[in-house]
Design a protein around this ligand. Sequence first.
Ligand code: PLP
Length: 489
Amino acid sequence: MNRNNEDYRSPAVPALTKTLLEDVKKIFKTTSGTPFLIPTTGTGAWESALTNTLSPGDRIISFLIGQFSLLWIDQQQRLKFDVDVIESEWGRGANLDMLAMKLAADGAHTIKAICIVHNETATGVTNNLAAVRNLLDEYKHPALLLVDGVSSICALDFRMDEWGVDVALTGSQKALSLPTGMGIVCASPKALEASKTAKSLRVFFDWNDYLKFYKLGNYWPYTPSIQLLYGLRAALDLIFEEGLDNVIARHSRLGKATRLAVEAWGLKNCTQKEEWFSDTVTAVVVPPYIDSAEVVRRAWKRYNLSLGLGLNKVAGKVFRIGHLGNLNEDVSDVEVEVEDEAEWGVGEDGGEMIEGDVGGDAGGEVREKVKDRKDDDVPKLSKEIYSFFDSDDSDWMIEEESNDGDGNDSTDEDDDEKFEDEDSDELLSDVNSIESVDPLNKSTTILPSWICLKRKRKRYIYFKGRICFNWFIYFKRWSWQKRKASRGW
Ligand SMILES: Cc1ncc(COP(=O)(O)O)c(C=O)c1O
């Protein structure tokens, strides 16, 4: 996407746009939806969804579960809708019992739309959209279903057609791993129909202007970002190459890895129930004597690692680990996998694991610690985490516990082992040879504490938390360099 600007009325840009509009529907899992690629951010995409389908004074139901749903509600109120807010404690999902009550009481169908954030990025809560659709169907309610999928679409399971979503939206900077600047909105036939009578004032976001140019075949009512269009092409190609369902499965593994790490650290997930756990972001609650903003600051300064701050009600109380987008697993010959729960505490050869023993026996002891932990121990364990952030670099250098392999493994894997040890050495020297920090790479990173690097014949190398942390930072740099080299950037 790093290219000169082009005339958007040239034959090339409409041809590119046509394929993008067709292909982008796949990430929404829709065949009947109409997409709009708008030069804006997620906030503009919200406005586009609301103003094209609703009129001032319309009654809408909106779930307040965290900072982003709060901001959307603020926009809805400023656009003069009659917003019926269903609030949940931050860390909990949308209160669907309350929705059921409101739908049951609305025989006259005064509710025109249900607005819901699929994945609340501030608290790491994923809402159950299928359940919302089921309720609307159960009460035969015609309200439109408007969904913010900014931190879900292309990373979490999202099915626009199957769940009867009327407007779904996302932003380029999240799971698509593009720079900020494109809002992607997709409207169902019912939403397009509603736009014909919706009276909200709209100019820049008017779908009608887009539709006119769609008909003319040149697609743009105003100048698009050419670079983002080419970027979207590349992002979609990468996603389709991996397979959308594989991308979603990868997010599920990385989400689980992160939650296991948080658990092993003795810290709590802000998300209160498993059913709401997010596979794209984990909000980690810090003990009361720690300011989470300080954790974020140190991670940034010392480890070139970008963690998310706690926002609004949870400011200072949580930090957020983003694990969405184009994360490491696409590195050509190394696969990062999360071990199965069942594998905890047992080495591949059935042997007992020892914490931090790189080479197959890590995790078991700490797993036990976590299991036996009483709540009183949490601050103590958390202090260890805190001291990690506080520690000297020398304390966690990768060489310190280098990849010595699992020398005691069964003999039939010796060859593989040798190969892998050599290969891992090569990998390590590769990553260690990268001297400077690439600012482009200072993006969301995850910190799973026990991750398996799975190679060839089911062999695992375990890393304990701090090594893995270190690894991920190096790994990202290395993968970035590799990709740059392979694509001649
Ligand atoms: C769930 C969600 N919705 C909306 C937004 C707002 O998007 P933007 O900042 O691109 O306007 C964000 C931003 O992070 C978000 O996470």
